[in-house]
Ligand binder design. Structure first.
Ligand SMILES: [Zn+2]
Length: 348
């Protein structure tokens, strides 16, 4: 049988089989079709082009048959299942692209990333599903320790190889271990580890004007020889002064985090009233803003960094709060509300 007759015979067989197949797309995986392609190298050079075209034509014919068998589904009118019913009576036209704008939080993430970059920090990305090792164990949370309860978040049904469910990260500190490992070679070269992670985090919160299930943090990590808490305070004071474009004061109070020792809560002097008292600072003159501290030796060890040689600091700063204060936004829930009347106020 010559090549042309062979293609014709295979075509006849496959068309007959197509009719009886329950899953029509299986015809594209037919071994006969693959065998035809395999024969090409064995042919005389002048026969190859024509034979190849015939096989391609057959392959395309089968693909069209499969597509048309699936066509009834494609003919359905698309609907927006999240919209009120009357919206779906006619497919709504798209909003003109020029009406879109960058989300106010994303805009500010760019601003603050720019400030930290100029201060020598690299920018890292977090992830929206992580494991409990990075959420807790690598950060010196003992198993079953009550401190884990402060980070109540969402979990998957699937489990990792340790039999633990994956989590939606409740803080950007889940990235500390990865950042320390990624840049550990810097230390051997006499350079610091300096990175920030601005990204999205999740908590199982009761929602109100100050609590949202999805929000943003910027994590900071700095490790080198001889790093002390004074450097931590100076770094954050410098950042906050840059961000609010005026010199702010900061003050620290002792706090507890398993992954820093000592740990602090940091407040800044109200950038809007110069400590005289106003609505933004609840007439306190100071605003509690972030948690920070010296990285716990166990956290450094978990990333194979010798805590007797190197020390470092870390912080986790809520971005939503920062942006709310800067723009006088009274309710954190506006950010995730997708309300165009809110979002369009930030159009440039
Ligand atoms: Zn104030």
């Amino acid at each position: 049988m010559g090549p042309n007759e062979l293609v014709a015979a295979v075509r006849k067989d496959l068309l007959a089989r197509f009719e009886s197949l329950e899953k029509k797309s299986d015809i594209l995986k037919a071994p006969e079709l693959k065998d035809l392609f395999k024969q090409i190298p064995a042919l005389e050079p002048h026969e190859r082009a024509e034979f190849g075209q015939k096989i391609n034509a057959l392959s395309n014919e089968l693909k069209e048959l499969v597509a048309s068998a699936a066509a009834p589904i494609q003919q359905l009118t698309p609907i927006d299942v999240t919209a009120p019913m009357d919206i779906n009576t006619a497919f709504p036209s798209f909003l003109p692209a020029e009406h879109g704008s960058v989300h106010p939080l994303m805009k500010e993430v760019e601003v603050l990333s720019g400030i930290f970059e100029r201060m020598g920090f690299s920018i890292e990305e977090s992830r929206e599903i992580d494991d409990q090792y990075h959420m807790f164990d690598a950060l010196n949370f003992p198993k079953d320790h009550p401190a884990r309860d402060d980070y109540d978040t969402f979990m998957t049904v699937e489990e990792d190889e340790n039999g633990e469910r994956f989590v939606a990260p409740a803080h950007t500190s889940t990235m500390q271990n990865r950042v320390l490992k990624k840049y550990a070679t810097n230390l051997a070269k006499g350079q610091p580890i300096a990175a920030v992670v601005p990204d999205r985090v999740f908590r199982n919160e009761d929602l109100d004007a100050r609590h949202e299930h999805t929000f943003y943090q910027v994590e900071g990590v700095y490790v080198h020889k001889g790093v002390h808490a004074g450097m931590l305070i100076a770094t954050l004071q410098e950042f906050l002064s840059e961000y609010y474009k005026k010199t702010v004061e900061v003050r620290t109070n002792p706090f507890y985090f398993p992954f820093t020792e000592p740990s602090f809560e940091m407040a800044l002097s109200c950038p809007f009233c110069e400590k005289a008292g106003c609505k933004v600072c609840s007439f306190e003159g100071w605003i509690e803003l972030l948690g920070c501290g010296m990285i716990h030796p166990e956290v450094l060890k978990a990333a194979s960094i010798d805590p007797t040689v190197y020390t470092g600091f870390a912080w986790g700063l809520g971005i939503d709060r920062l942006v709310m204060m800067k723009n006088g936004i009274e309710d954190v829930r506006h950010f995730e509300s997708a309300k165009l009347t809110f979002l369009r106020q930030f159009n440039d």
